[in-house]
Design a protein around this ligand. Structure first.
Ligand SMILES: C[S@@+](CC[C@H](N)C(=O)[O-])C[C@H]1O[C@@H](n2cnc3c(N)ncnc32)[C@H](O)[C@@H]1O
Length: 276
């Protein structure tokens, strides 16, 4: 089997086993809500107030439901059938089925089910692009995300960060720095899904920006979604319990999360672009 097929199967199998966990992931505590709420904050800044959005790699549908509730018309697509089935149920349960025009099983590498210039905005969040291991296919996925956006439409893509995953090796899995996969991760950002997590490409910030440079977009900004709180889950959850301190920390986060020194070390990086 080709490597790209194998990693696709690995990714599908992984997410099939984590549907409910994925649905809870973005709201399970203040630390995880930081990724969700910071993403929504920047969508609010850069996206039109209404229109038709594509949620590509939408997983169990957390952003589709949130944005449909805010008045957007949504189309969701994901590669994992179990996520697609779960998202359909959540959309009904959340009573936003009138706003959600379609939920499709498919890959971001081939969006041929959509015409050019269809969407008023495109989102691809929480790492679907990181799960496309082959660089040529990743480039194709980016071209597809741009192709289906209308000229002038915003595109928001978030991926997993290489520098941050190295910190995770230090804090949670120090024994892994002796293993063969560690050097590959350090030097290329590629992880084939041998231990724990599934196949993933972890990005450097300059690499993420460069990937969009020649794709017919203007890159507007990069954001570190967990920002300076990245890898400080316990401490962040503690400060979130104090209303006054939490307000100040949230403001600190928003003031610092686009700083170049912060973006690359954040667990998730968000790129905002506009189709030319
Ligand atoms: C971490 S989840 C993120 C889900 C959602 N966007 C969120 O932020 O909650 C990653 C999702 O990407 C999907 N995915 C991975 N590779 C994909 C591909 N090539 N095309 C479409 N979806 C893909 C997986 O099935 C999974 O649902």
């Amino acid at each position: 089997m080709k490597v790209s097929r194998m990693s696709e199967t690995l990714v599908k199998n992984y997410y099939t086993g984590y549907v409910r966990k994925e649905w809870r992931r973005l709201i399970k505590d203040a630390y995880h809500r930081l990724e969700f709420e910071t993403t929504l904050h920047f969508i609010k800044q850069h996206f039109p107030k209404n229109g038709l959005l594509l949620d590509a790699g939408g997983g169990p549908g957390r952003y589709t439901v949130a944005l449909a509730s805010r008045g957007y018309d949504m189309v969701m697509l994901d590669m994992t059938p179990a996520n697609v089935a779960f998202a359909k149920r959540q959309i009904k349960r959340s009573d936003v089925q009138d706003r959600v025009k379609d939920v499709i099983e498919g890959s971001i590498v081939d969006l041929s089910c959509f015409d050019d210039n269809t969407f008023d905005g495109v989102i691809c969040l929480g790492g679907p692009l990181s799960h496309v291991i082959d660089k040529r296919r990743r480039d194709k996925a980016i071209r597809e995300l741009v192709r289906v956006a209308k000229p002038g439409a915003p595109i928001a893509v978030s991926v997993m960060s290489r520098l941050s995953v190295l910190v995770v090796e230090l804090t949670l899995f120090p024994q892994e720095v002796e293993m063969p996969h560690y050097q590959k991760l350090l030097n290329t950002g590629d992880y084939r899904g041998q231990y724990g997590f599934t196949a993933c490409h972890f990005f450097l910030p300059e690499e993420l920006r460069a990937a969009f440079d020649d794709k017919g977009v203007q890159v507007l900004e990069l954001v570190g979604l967990e920002g300076i709180s990245s890898s400080h889950r316990k401490e962040l959850n503690r400060i979130a319990r104090n209303e006054k301190q939490w307000k100040i920390w949230q403001a600190t986060h928003l003031k610092t999360c686009t700083h170049p020194a912060v973006v690359g070390t954040s667990e998730h990086m968000l790129l905002l672009a506009r189709k030319l």
